[in-house]
Design a protein around this ligand. Structure first.
Ligand code: PMP
Ligand code: GLN
Length: 408
């Protein structure tokens, strides 16, 4: 195998999802909805599958039906969209989900040895994506509050400007940000993004902005796009995914948004990597977007996620476990420091990993160890938090009640 693969290990998804299945556990680990997707989504797929013209290659940068739907969605509502008027032909590249979009972006902009900053905790594919593109990941943590109060919120995980600036070297090329954030559920505020954008502009960097949870924002919270801040449009690639928004994570249709030059660059790379992405699935997503543009679907799904978060945090609270308050997304962190389990203090395996390996086997519940989202050096910062997914049916969450009982 190639040398860079010698540093790669089995991903958390390859370990914890099979473990959940093998132990027949309630899976609050991997972030996929366990409900049947809305009828309009599956109907769109059936209709597109039944249309004979839909089964050949399509335009390399994205099927016209889809890029038109995406630009109409963002252009029709500047509050959720981009300050720039998007041109469907020059500002969008369709990819195989956000993971692929991130990889295409990194490969298109990284020269060997370039350093890319990753904010910890990060979605697990960032550092490996940087390495695959020939770059070097450099880490800077979000710091949790030193003395957390009883109602700790994801907003309290913050990025320190001086720590960020200390990571900059002559080799720094870019930064990956993720808002709304996996795994904390934090939305980066405008002020935080402004601070990052100043560092980016001063150091002539590129931003890879993973915004897959852009439409899953709760209550009055607002998703802020770094691409919309001054001087950022030309140096930001925004990475989006239909899987999260429409509860169809298996469709793997995502897209990149950027200025013409950025999309030309990623398009140049992508035509040789994959050429184009599945035609019927792209057209199905186009239909889904069109059908949700009146906003009703988005508010319905936001409310559903918020309700599920509240249901989970109440269930946890009944059993003296505390979920961190989240503002968006699929996940929340839960402090399990008070839970007794056979923890081996002499092992190199972090406590949260030991907990998440024990949990399905002994309690019939699956969660994800937060230290998986940290570099080796900073795994200790994960503390006693594990990640629970609340993108699950009411009944699935309810059925976790008995499991939580065993933890209290
Ligand atoms: N980024 C983040 C932050 C995620 O949580 C996920 C989860 N799937 C992805 C990217 C990947 O998205 P996709 O399934 O569209 O590749
Ligand atoms: N994004 C999802 C999560 O964080 C799933 C990721 C995956 O399966 N690769 O749980």
């Amino acid at each position: 195998q190639a040398e860079f693969l010698n540093t790669f290990v089995e991903s958390i998804w390859s370990e914890f999802t099979p473990l959940a299945i093998k132990t027949n556990s309630i899976n609050l680990g991997q972030g996929f909805p366990d409900w049947i997707p809305e009828e309009f989504t599956t109907k769109a797929l059936v209709e597109q599958a039944n249309t004979p013209q839909n089964h050949q290659y399509t335009r390399a940068r994205g099927d016209l039906q889809l890029v038109n739907a995406i630009s109409d969605l963002y252009n029709s509502n500047k509050e959720i969209g981009f300050q720039e008027q998007l041109d469907p032909l020059t500002n969008i590249l369709v990819c195989n989900g956000a993971n692929d979009g991130l990889y295409i972006s990194l490969c298109s902009f990284i020269n060997p040895g370039d350093e890319i900053i990753c904010i910890e905790p990060y979605f697990d594919v960032y550092p490996t994506g940087i390495v695959m593109a020939g770059g070097v990941p450099v880490f800077v943590p979000l710091r949790p509050p030193k003395n957390p109060g009883p109602n700790i919120s994801a907003q309290e995980w913050t990025l320190d400007e001086s720590e960020l600036r200390a990571t900059i070297t002559p080799k720094t090329r870019g930064i990956i940000i993720n808002t709304p954030h996996n795994p904390t559920g934090k939305i980066f505020s405008k002020e935080e993004l402004e601070m990052i954008s100043h560092v980016v502009v001063e150091n002539n960097m590129i931003v890879f902005s993973d915004e897959v949870y852009e439409f899953l924002v709760f209550g009055d919270n607002k998703h802020v796009r770094i691409a919309n801040l001054p001087e950022m449009w030309d140096r930001t690639i925004t990475i989006c995914s239909s899987g999260k928004t429409f509860s169809v994570t298996g469709w793997k249709i995502g897209w990149l948004i950027g200025c013409k030059q950025v999309i030309n660059t990623v398009g140049l790379y992508n035509q040789y990597k994959v050429f184009c992405v599945s035609t019927p699935l792209q057209r199905s997503v186009a239909t889904c977007i069109r059908q949700s543009m009146d906003g009703q679907y988005f508010s319905m799904i936001q409310n559903r996620f918020k309700d599920r978060y509240q249901q989970l945090s109440q269930l946890l609270e009944e059993h003296k476990l505390k979920a961190v308050k989240v503002d968006a997304g699929y996940f929340c962190l839960v402090d399990v420091s008070g839970v007794n389990f056979p923890y081996d203090q002499n092992s190199d395996v972090p406590r949260d990993y030991q907990f998440c390996r024990w949990l399905p086997v002994e309690v019939g519940l699956a969660a994800i160890p937060t230290s998986a989202f940290y570099s080796e050096k900073n795994k200790h910062l994960a503390g006693n938090y594990v990640r629970f997914a609340f993108c699950k049916k009411k009944e699935s969450l309810e059925s976790a009640r008995q499991a939580f009982q065993k933890l209290s």
